[in-house]
Design a protein around this ligand. Structure first.
Ligand code: MEV
Length: 417
């Protein structure tokens, strides 16, 4: 059997149906999956997902190609409204696969549930809670026998005393291995379930019982080494490292640097029906975990003058439950072919690193506007009425003339103004 590869050249030149067919062959999609991709989210299902529905908003869903992660080929579904992101990720993945692609890893999928308890004697309350840890974990685990059967469940409890302007509070962290779920639901259920017992044993009162989106125990990492030739030479390698050092020293730059990282990550989070807000909030908090907002990636030159990059961030994403039930998201997960939520997080981290590489490589050499402009020119050509092959021809002239305007496109098309 022919080995499956995500290395596809000229994918962008195919028409949409041909692309979908190719992806279908790669991921063994069934007719019903292809139909789901064609149809998108129905209004009927949308009404079951959220309140007060009047419509659905469509976002382009494209495929990032060329990704090789832990020796496996992946096609990456990316839902995003911004042009150039998918092309940039695919390009970076192409140059990364020449040196073996990405190496990614992750921690166990452990989420944190917070329980806020107010007690007259916080030290005593803390001690009593810790003494009753095993009963508390038992109550938590009674909430989800299925999770337990899958090898997950509440594992541990950490308790600290927090000084606030409203006095001292006892904050407990319930650590739950949520396996393949994003986990917010189960963690919230467990936190609510254990709080009456915690009140009973401490004589205190619980207030908030909710998941923390700062999921510092659920991290994903990726690393890549790219040859200096592939990056564009020693000067570009040096430029990328200087760009990283700029971000490492300046939050104004670090935020934009991380925005580029999240272009890739949030696009997969959205495509797979995961919670973009949870991932974004966690990622940015992680970037500031040492008290100063820092880049989520780092770049250095190795002994041979090649470029080495790393990324680490919390990624609370699931492959079961929640909005992953969206039919398009289900097919997106099939295209990825990930077997676990951890594998999904590893893919996301790799794509974030690729996206950052693409941005820094462009910024350190030609700037990003050229790539942006050619797509913009295509849009302008279409706005002027260009169809089919005309679109590329007109766009090329507009870019060459550095005059990307609808009026000029109309002139070139011979359209009367
Ligand atoms: C644009 O969406 C993202 C970039 O600004 C990221 C960066 O500057 O690193 C190109």
């Amino acid at each position: 059997m022919k080995k499956k590869t995500s290395r596809v050249s000229g994918f962008y030149k195919l028409d949409r149906k041909e692309r979908l067919k190719k992806v279908g062959e790669f991921a063994n999609l069934k007719d019903e999956d292809i139909n789901a991709m064609e149809k998108g989210l129905s209004l009927e299902l949308a009404e079951r997902m959220v309140e007060n529905v009047i419509s659905t908003l469509k976002i382009p869903l494209g495929i990032g190609v060329n990704f090789l992660i832990n020796d496996r080929d992946y096609l990456i579904p990316m839902a995003i409204e911004e042009s150039s992101v998918i092309a940039a990720a695919s390009n970076a993945a192409k140059i990364c696969r020449k040196t073996g692609g990405f190496r990614a890893s992750s921690t166990e999928p452990i989420m944190i549930g917070q329980i806020q308890l107010i007690s007259k004697n916080p030290e005593k309350a803390r001690e009593v809670i810790l003494r009753n840890k095993s009963r508390i974990l038992e109550i938590a685990n009674e909430q989800d026998p299925t999770l337990l059967g899958l090898g997950g469940g509440a594992l541990d409890l950490e308790v600290r005393i927090l000084k606030t302007r409203k006095g001292r509070m006892v904050i407990s962290h319930l650590l739950v291995d949520v396996r393949d779920a994003m986990g917010a639901n189960i963690v919230n259920t467990m936190a609510e379930a254990v709080s009456p017992f915690m009140e009973e044993i401490t004589g205190g009162k619980t207030f908030l019982r909710i998941v923390s989106n700062f999921s510092t125990k659920r991290l994903a990492r990726a690393e890549v080494t790219v040859s200096k030739e592939e990056v564009g030479g020693e000067e570009v390698v040096d430029g990328i490292i200087k760009a990283y050092e700029f971000a490492a020293s300046d939050p104004y730059r670090a935020v934009t640097h991380n925005k580029g990282v999240m272009n890739g990550i949030s696009a997969i989070v959205l495509a797979t029906g995961n919670d973009t807000r949870a991932v974004e909030a966690g990622a940015h908090a992680y970037a500031a975990r040492n008290g100063k907002y820092q880049p989520l990636t780092s770049w250095k030159m190795d002994g041979d003058g090649n470029l080495n990059g790393r990324i680490e961030l919390p990624l609370a994403v699931g492959i079961v439950g929640g909005a992953t039930m969206n039919p398009t998201a289900r097919v997106a997960l099939k295209i990825l072919g990930v077997k676990t939520a951890s594998e999904l997080a590893e893919v996301m981290a790799s794509v974030g690193l690729a996206q950052n590489l693409a941005a820094l490589k462009a910024l350190a050499s030609e700037g990003i506007q050229r790539g942006h402009m050619s797509l913009h020119a295509k849009n302008i050509a279409m706005m002027a009425g260009a169809k089919g092959k005309e679109i590329d021809r007109i766009a090329e002239i507009l870019v060459k003339e550095k005059n990307i305007r609808v009026n000029r496109a109309k002139e070139l098309l011979g359209v009367k103004k």
